[in-house]
Ligand binder design. Structure first.
Ligand SMILES: Nc1ncnc2c1ncn2[C@@H]1O[C@H](COP(=O)(O)OP(=O)(O)O)[C@@H](O)[C@H]1O
Ligand SMILES: [Mg+2]
Length: 437
């Protein structure tokens, strides 16, 4: 079967024979054909079917052809219209043109002529239809795209909200974790301070015992003399003098501990004697260590050069440094000696040396004959919370505090250690120069 033109045509003709003839001609190549015998019927069909092309005789019953065109044009400016007329009546034709006619067929005309005219105009119709179809498709595509876009937008928004919520949660978790850590650290720092304070308190008790004993004996003495009425003014003077000296000693010790345990908010830069630092620190723990069989030897090489030297910084902070080194040394010694056979004649000893280096530093060295530090730990010992203490008596903060203090006062620290033989830790303190103050 020959393919037909994809257009719809309304044919309006009142003469029955012509109607049949043209219906046959058109029916052969037009896909959809409507036929009307008068103007009214034609208009009804037009309204209902909206054909692409109207071919109308002007002389038709009901509404005449011109009026029909007029009414159809009111509905559509696009529909193609061809007029059939028997007489070349110019007024009719002009009206028809004014109403927007797209072509004419003068009666009588052959089937071929009709076909040629319709084919000619159908090109425009099909082109237009194609364009319209294209536009429709494009609009749909655009619409679809918009829909997809807005869907995407919604999706992105929803995801963003979800992410924001997650983020908030995460931030909260991080904050909580941080706070937890800070609390833990504060707790441990506090514990470490308490630890040194504990050692201090024990040392302090020892130190105070001495003058207290002396005071008590002195008072006993005086009481005895008073009871036997044998006391002279000289005797009383000398006794009182000793009593006041002992009381003064106790006051000094208490003052020392108080100053030591006080938090110095700002770093203090004083002229401090090395002697004061070393003896200040030792005086607090020497007796106590001795009770545990650990002796502290100061300047065993008889080099006392340091005694008259000065450094720049805080006496109590430097004391704290030495105390931390002493405490580590004592623990390391005890650890090693626990493993030694009872028959061993070696004694537990911490030695403190003092030297000068590069005309720039005073170096205080704390040397022990303890367990030593394995190579792999050497880099870690200054890390906060690094500890090898098994007895839960260490916080791992000691050396990190030492490091912090030395940094604050422009000092430095060096470590040498031999496993199972001992460790030597040296702190370098900047020399005090007279022109500095
Ligand atoms: N003199 C030393 N001898 C052997 N090991 C030491 C010595 N000083 C420090 N260390 C090692 O360094 C670690 C960290 O010391 P520190 O920061 O003072 O923490 P803590 O004493 O609480 O363990 C110790 O646990 C120990 O392993
Ligand atoms: Mg320690």
């Amino acid at each position: 079967m020959k393919s037909k033109l994809g257009i719809s045509v309304l044919f309006v003709e009142d003469e029955k024979t012509l109607q049949l003839l043209y219906k046959k001609v058109l029916g052969e190549f037009v896909e959809t054909l409507y036929v009307a015998g008068n103007g009214l019927e034609a208009f009804e069909i037009y309204k209902k079917e909206k054909p692409d092309l109207v071919i109308a005789d002007i002389n038709i019953p009901g509404i005449n052809g011109i009026d029909l065109i007029y009414k159809i044009r009111e509905i559509s400016k696009e529909v193609k219209i061809i007029i059939i007329t028997a007489h070349a009546d110019s007024t009719h034709l002009i009206s028809a043109i004014e109403q927007g006619t797209n072509g004419f067929l003068l009666k009588p005309f052959t089937g071929d002529r009709l076909k040629a005219t319709v084919l000619d105009i159908s090109n425009q119709i099909i082109l237009r239809k194609n364009i319209e179809e294209e536009i429709k498709l494009r609009r749909k595509a655009e619409h679809d795209l918009l829909k997809v876009n807005s869907g995407l937008e919604k999706l992105v928004k929803a995801k963003t909200r979800k992410l924001e919520k997650l983020n908030k949660n995460l931030e909260k978790q991080v904050q909580e974790e941080l706070e937890k850590r800070q609390k833990q650290q504060q707790f441990l720092i506090h514990k470490s301070r308490l630890e040194s304070m504990g050692e201090l308190a024990a040392g302090m008790a020892h130190e105070i015992n001495q003058p207290l004993l002396s005071i008590s004996m002195g008072l006993d003495n005086i009481l005895h003399k008073v009871n036997t009425n044998k006391f002279s003014k000289d005797f009383l003077d000398s006794k009182m003098h000793t009593l006041f000296k002992d009381i003064e000693r106790i006051k000094q010790i208490i003052e020392h501990v108080r100053a030591f345990s006080r938090d110095e908010a700002k770093p203090v830069f004083d002229k401090v004697s090395v002697e004061e630092i070393v003896h200040g620190a030792i005086s607090m723990v020497q007796k106590q260590y001795s009770n545990h069989g650990v002796e502290i030897e100061v300047y065993p090489d008889e080099n006392r050069e340091c005694e008259t030297q000065y450094v720049l910084g805080s006496k109590y902070r430097f004391e704290q440094v030495i105390l931390n080194l002493l405490s580590n040394a004592k623990r390391a010694i005890e650890k090693r000696f626990r493993k030694l056979p009872k028959s061993s004649s070696e004694s537990k000893v911490i030695r403190i040396y003092c030297t000068t280096k590069d005309d720039k530093w005073h170096v205080i060295t704390v040397k022990d004959n303890g367990i030593g530090i394995p190579k792999e730990n050497l880099e870690k010992i200054f890390d906060p919370f690094f500890t090898t203490s098994e007895l839960h008596d260490g916080t791992g903060l000691g050396l990190s505090i030492v490091y912090g203090i030395l940094k604050e006062y422009n000092g430095k620290i060096e470590v040498e250690s031999k496993l199972n033989q001992g460790t030597e830790i040296s702190i370098f303190l900047p020399k005090y120069n007279d022109y500095e103050k």
